[in-house]
Write a protein that binds this ligand. Structure first.
Ligand code: AHG
Ligand code: MN
Ligand code: MN
Length: 348
């Protein structure tokens, strides 16, 4: 090996063994308000992810150790995992002087965090889907957590308002997800590309395993709940038929886990499109703009992919409600373009 090859080898070996903690510190200066607060915020998410991972991994033992709703041996009530994940993330985020407000799928209203001196000086709001795909828990299939982070737009020193949460996705300063799968991974972006870290559960450390993740421009997977087919708009039906036709690199293959995080994670690695369209059953689709679609769209765009409601980029939508739903098309850019083409044609 020549010296150059050796140096390259050492560099890549070093990067391969880089931990999430090291990565956060090393990349802190990339962030425009690099006061260290965002780094501490990502660190608190890393901690909560490890706690939730530990609980999710024990889910298969509930019949032995006691089901959710039962009373455990210490006389404490066993919590459902989505409630447990919610409490874990909220408590971890609240406990640091960084976050002024939290909105969660599990809470009707947002939570105001006053800060230790009750002075409302903290600058960030976090929106979370603490356990995504939770119906998969009982059948031992991957679930996830999704998070989205903004800087508040109201003045520090005043209580957080709804306005701070209803910012367009374009304003996100960071977003990410954790997939509790065959391995547990944390994938996030601060607007400088997307990086994925895999947890070594034996020592509780996340290692950089997927540097600079990229959505292939085109793929061969389409992911949609086809059970709803007859209720989909004509453009979506036409696009699904296009995916199934035999021509060029088609027919595509159909893969649908029913866990947004896992479906998008797979498609980002292999190339594909994820769709949750509106239907005659759900006028605005099912997925939530603020803590499902926006963070996934930010990640998709940062990885060179695309996300839209079928017509408009998700990140350009102006939210009006905390829990609003939106149709979602996300994945390899050429595939999303094609789906949009079918939708536009069906409305002509
Ligand atoms: P959650 O578990 O947070 O409520 O989210 C479930 C979502 C999403 O993860 C998944 O892609 C979608 O619901 C599946 O919905 P269908 O069962 O209607 O396909
Ligand atoms: Mn969800
Ligand atoms: Mn959820």
């Amino acid at each position: 090996m020549n010296i150059f090859a050796q140096a390259t080898y050492i560099f890549f070996m070093a990067r391969k063994h880089q931990t999430l903690g090291e990565f956060i510190i090393e990349n802190q200066s990339e962030f425009k308000y690099s006061s260290g607060e965002l780094s501490r915020l990502i660190n608190s998410i890393r901690l909560a992810a490890k706690v939730v991972n530990h609980e999710v991994n024990k889910a298969g033992l509930v019949d032995i150790l006691g089901a959710a709703g039962d009373t455990n041996i210490q006389g404490e009530d066993q919590q459902k995992l989505d409630v447990m994940a919610n409490t874990t993330f909220i408590n971890t985020l609240k406990n640091r002087e960084i976050v002024c407000g939290i909105a969660s799928e599990e809470n009707d209203d947002y939570i105001t965090v006053e800060g230790h001196n009750d002075d409302h000086q903290n600058k960030y709001v976090v929106l979370i889907d603490p356990l995504d795909g939770s119906s998969n828990i009982d059948v031992n299939v991957s679930v996830g957590t999704i998070f989205s982070i903004y800087r508040r737009i109201t003045e520090a020193g005043t209580p957080v308002t709804l306005e701070d949460f209803l910012q367009p996705g374009r304003n996100q300063v960071a977003a990410g997800y954790i997939v509790y799968g065959t391995s547990t991974m944390l994938v996030y972006t601060t607007g400088h590309g997307v990086n994925g870290f895999t947890l070594n559960p034996a020592i509780g450390t996340f290692y950089l395993s997927h540097p600079n993740m990229q959505f292939p421009e085109e793929g061969q997977i389409y992911s949609v709940n086809e059970g709803n087919y007859v209720h989909f708009p004509q453009g979506v039906k036409d696009y699904i038929k296009y995916c199934q036709e035999e021509e060029g690199n088609r027919p595509y293959t159909s893969r649908y886990i029913g866990s947004l995080v896992s479906d998008i994670h797979r498609n980002m690695i292999k190339g594909g499109i994820y769709m949750y369209p509106k239907s005659s059953l759900n006028a605005k689709g099912k997925l939530r703009l603020l803590y499902e679609c926006n963070p996934m769209a930010f990640i998709a765009e940062q990885a060179g992919g695309k996300a839209s409601d079928g017509f408009t980029p998700i990140l350009d939508l102006k939210p009006t409600e905390l829990h609003e739903r939106v149709p979602f098309f996300c994945g390899s850019s050429l595939m999303v373009n094609k789906a949009e083409e079918f939708l536009a044609n069906s409305y002509k």
